[in-house]
Design a protein around this ligand. Structure first.
Ligand code: DAH
Length: 359
């Protein structure tokens, strides 16, 4: 029987030494499978001497049961260990941030433009663009500012060397209003558009920089009146400053391209040194606006008998400074990374009226 003892010892050793489920399965097939070692030995029982057959058969059966039991136990143990290792490897620390915090910041000018576009977008406005280098006609003449008009002096225009077809020198646009002309020239009314963009004036001090930003607005339709202007701009200010009851007032003013013209103020309070936008005893000028002058419509080939509407223009730096408490205009353009870290905005938070403008 020593050879059965050897067989048993060898198989037990092999089971114990199997390192994974594949090795164990190979072992099971090799011992207990159809052509396995033990199976073959059982098949060969008939050839054994009759007096040895019974003991040999019992011995083989005992080894078969024992090995089958050991394989089963070891399979379960290896399975548990494998599961354990997998779970350990897949552990997630839910307290870790999903991504490293982003380093970049959105400049307050970009943020403010995004907020303006979100608000007017909600009111059905589209965004229009025009060139920074303009011709005299679009920047002035078509807007009812003929040569020698005193408004031209007020614009501190930057002139460039090149001249247009009429021999006039090109200019860096002094306002976004020329895009009104470009939008109307090429298309049929109605119009409802805003134009955020860069503008240039030869002026530099505490409250002026040679390049700054404006947003222009234009609404042209068949029955547009001053009430639409007031409602639209009041809604805009309340949404933008996130002060639902901010008082507004319209003061008569003058622009060559609108008739009548107005300036819009919002209420504020300066009590205690700080500026607070909302009901108070003071006013802040926010923008210029008015009903588009019939001559401007005619200059663009729009039938002023049939179409009318309103326009407005405002300074983007100014409304950004008021909303975000930025005291000095010039810091917008100094590219100081500490300033941007302080006043900038998180890059993945797109402003929207539903998700929040500046949350
Ligand atoms: N273009 C004017 C400026 O730069 C601002 C402005 C005022 C635009 C009234 C308008 C408007 O469209 O209606 O000072």
């Amino acid at each position: 029987m020593t050879d059965l003892d050897d067989l048993r010892t060898r198989l037990i050793g092999a089971v114990e030494g199997a390192e994974d489920l594949d090795a164990l399965e190979a072992l099971r097939v090799g011992a207990l499978g159809k052509k396995g070692e033990l199976t073959e030995r059982m098949k060969a029982l008939g050839k054994a001497a009759p007096e040895e057959r019974k003991a040999l058969g019992q011995g083989l059966n005992a080894i078969k049961d024992e090995i089958a039991g050991l394989i089963e136990a070891r399979t379960a143990a290896l399975g548990d260990a494998a599961l354990e290792a997998r779970l350990r490897g897949e552990t997630v620390d839910v307290t870790l941030p999903v991504r490293p915090e982003s380093q970049g910041r959105i400049h307050p000018i970009s943020q403010t433009i995004d907020e303006i576009v979100a608000i007017f977008g909600e009111m059905g406005f589209t965004v229009a663009e025009g060139p920074d280098i303009e011709d005299d006609f679009h920047n002035f003449t078509a807007l009812n500012i003929p040569p020698e008009h005193p408004a031209r002096q007020m614009h501190d225009t930057f002139y460039v060397e090149e001249r247009d077809a009429a021999g006039e020198r090109l200019v860096l646009r002094t306002h976004t209003s020329p895009v009104q002309i470009r939008a109307m020239e090429g298309a049929e009314p109605p119009f409802r558009l805003i134009v955020p963009g860069r503008t240039y004036r030869s002026d530099s001090d505490m409250t002026h920089t040679p390049m700054f930003h404006q947003v222009e607005g234009l609404v042209i339709g068949e029955a547009i009146h001053m009430g639409h202007l007031k409602g639209c701009l009041t809604d805009f200010c309340r949404a933008y400053f996130e002060v639902p009851d901010v008082p507004v007032r319209f003061r008569p003013s003058h622009f060559p391209f609108t008739e009548p013209s107005a300036e819009m103020d919002i209420g504020c309070s300066r009590k205690g040194g700080g500026l607070r936008i909302g009901a108070g005893d003071d006013w802040l000028e926010i923008l210029g606006c008015g009903m588009v002058h019939p001559k401007v419509l005619a200059n663009c080939g729009v039938d002023a008998e049939r179409w009318q509407g309103f326009a407005f223009g405002m300074g983007i730096e100014r409304i950004a400074m008021l909303k975000y408490g930025i005291p000095d205009l010039r810091t917008f353009f100094e590219a100081d990374i500490r300033w941007l870290r302080h006043y900038g905005f998180a890059p993945l938070e797109t402003p929207s009226l539903i998700g929040g403008l500046s949350a």
